[in-house]
Design a protein around this ligand. Structure first.
Ligand SMILES: [Zn+2]
Length: 155
């Protein structure tokens, strides 16, 4: 399960609308536990691929190092990545799979149809290594801040 609050969810979808017809990409910071990946903050990244930014994405290694440092400063981990598929379904491509190396991370894809964010899906990269890694469909739970505080109040 990928747990994300409504504001972050809307923000990553809006990012895809802003960069349309190009892909957007970014990183999900938070914590992982037995219950899944919990997103606490999203970080927008620049799409460094200028050759064909509409169907491939990449986060520059230096930028990723910077984001990792930022996460550590906040006491958070990188729990996933997101990008958009302009006018393509919210399903991973062979390139997405080849470029996914973070086992245990969530890979979130938003389809952007004619400039509007449509379906958002999450895929968990499972396995133990590059040899046996695979993408699993991962349900997304969108958390509304108010409900969380109510639940806490009852506990
Ligand atoms: Zn993709």
């Amino acid at each position: 399960m990928l747990h994300i609050d409504y504001a972050n969810y809307e923000s990553l979808r809006a990012h895809g609308e802003e960069t349309y017809p190009h892909e957007c990409c970014g990183v999900l910071l938070g914590k992982s536990n037995a219950d899944g990946n919990h997103v606490q903050q999203i970080v927008r990244a620049g799409n460094t691929r200028t050759d064909s930014a509409h169907n491939r994405y990449n986060i520059a290694p230096q930028e990723l190092v910077k984001i990792q440092r930022q996460a550590r400063g906040l006491g958070l981990d990188i729990v996933g990545f997101y990008h958009s598929h302009p006018d393509h379904p919210a399903q991973w491509s062979p390139t997405d799979f080849a470029e996914a190396h973070w086992i245990g991370c969530s890979y979130v894809i938003t389809a952007v149809e004619e400039g509007k964010a449509a379906i958002t899906n999450s895929f968990l990269l499972s396995g133990t290594s590059e040899e046996d890694k695979k993408f699993e469909d991962q349900p997304i739970e969108i958390e509304v801040a108010e409900q969380v505080s109510q639940q806490k109040g009852q506990a």
